[in-house]
Design a protein around this ligand. Structure first.
Ligand SMILES: Nc1ncnc2c1ncn2[C@@H]1O[C@H](COP(=O)(O)OP(=O)(O)OP(=O)(O)O)[C@@H](O)[C@H]1O
Ligand SMILES: [Mg+2]
Length: 295
């Protein structure tokens, strides 16, 4: 996804965290860590790079592992130029150190440092390329800095966030010797207006389509993540504007959740709102059939 200004950047960050919530098992800490790092790195593009084409971000889940990987690239000035360092190899090495910034009066120099630490505390996958400089962490968790013969004309970063590591934030986000808990993540942005004991989600926000099992699987993952992040709240799924869903989608989401949670827990935790008669009938049928067959 491309971003050229602040609004596009915010939209892209939300899309990335949303897709992580649909595909991986996330705790509240994981959401905050991913949100923080993606915000920092995309903000760097707009703040420092002066990239004529803006920045690009992609994100995906590593298959069969609970790891989210994101990559951000720009075609801008490069780190050596903005830091005012001649050696491009030395520039990438400096940039991931705590407190290193081009301007101490306006910035803190935490963004690349915190993201690098997040990569280190995760599976160890972290790559930062800028012009001829490349810094990467190998599978043993060792950091190497090299001079690339073929330059990357801008800045490129890849980082993995291991969402099965419960100590991730504590290990990664230590600034000035103090632990830092990122505030105001995607979930807060989305749900700050919700009343205390509820979480209201638009059905469109939890999956791409309402037609396939794959999409249903993502919607179920999103719902499970929300229930884990807000265990004391009731989840209201708003189906306004959704006129029909496929039977396989209904089964994948509601049939399976009903069996997984059990009837009482399901009914206590999840409410469907603004469902038309077609959607209601399909959900009813999916739950009935699933109850007969089990998982
Ligand atoms: N995409 C980029 N293009 C060019 N230079 C960059 C880019 N990203 C980072 N830099 C350089 O690396 C330095 C360190 O970046 P980092 O994100 O760690 O700190 P910061 O942006 O200066 O401060 P903070 O992130 O705490 O607001 C920046 O000051 C800038 O000189
Ligand atoms: Mg920064």
């Amino acid at each position: 996804m491309r971003f050229r200004d602040h609004d596009e950047r915010e939209f892209a960050v939300d899309k990335v965290v949303n897709s992580a919530l649909r595909t991986a098992n996330l705790t509240r800490h994981n959401v905050a860590a991913l949100d923080w790092a993606v915000n920092e790195i995309t903000d760097n593009v707009l703040t420092h790079a002066k990239s004529k084409v803006g920045g690009f971000i992609i994100c995906n889940k590593i298959s069969r592992q609970n790891i989210i990987e994101f990559a951000v690239a720009d075609c801008g000035l490069g780190i050596a130029t903005t830091l005012g360092v001649d050696d491009e190899r030395q520039a990438v090495e400096l940039a991931v150190q705590e407190g290193v910034t081009r301007d101490k009066s306006t910035n803190q120099g935490n963004g690349l440092y915190g993201t690098y630490r997040l990569g280190l505390a995760s599976s160890g996958v972290f790559v930062l390329k800028s012009k001829h400089g490349i810094l990467y962490v190998n599978v043993d968790g060792e950091t190497h800095v090299r001079r690339n013969t073929v330059p990357f004309r801008g800045t490129y970063l890849v980082c993995q966030v291991d969402c099965s590591n419960p100590d991730l934030i504590d290990r990664a986000f230590v600034f000035g010797g103090k632990a830092h808990s990122p505030a105001f993540d995607y979930l807060e942005r989305k749900h700050e207006g919700d009343i205390e004991h509820q979480i209201v989600v638009k059905a469109q926000d939890i999956c791409k389509t309402f037609g396939s099992r794959k999409s249903g699987e993502e919607a179920r993952q999103y719902i499970v993540n929300l229930m884990n992040c807000y265990p004391d709240r009731e989840l209201i799924l708003d189906f306004s504007e959704i006129n029909v869903i496929s039977s396989s989608f209904a089964d994948e989401v509601f049939g399976k959740l009903f069996i997984e949670l059990g009837p009482m827990h399901f009914m206590r935790a999840i409410k469907l709102r603004n469902t038309g008669s077609a959607v209601e009938g399909l959900v009813d049928r999916a739950i009935r059939l699933r109850s007969q067959t089990g998982i």
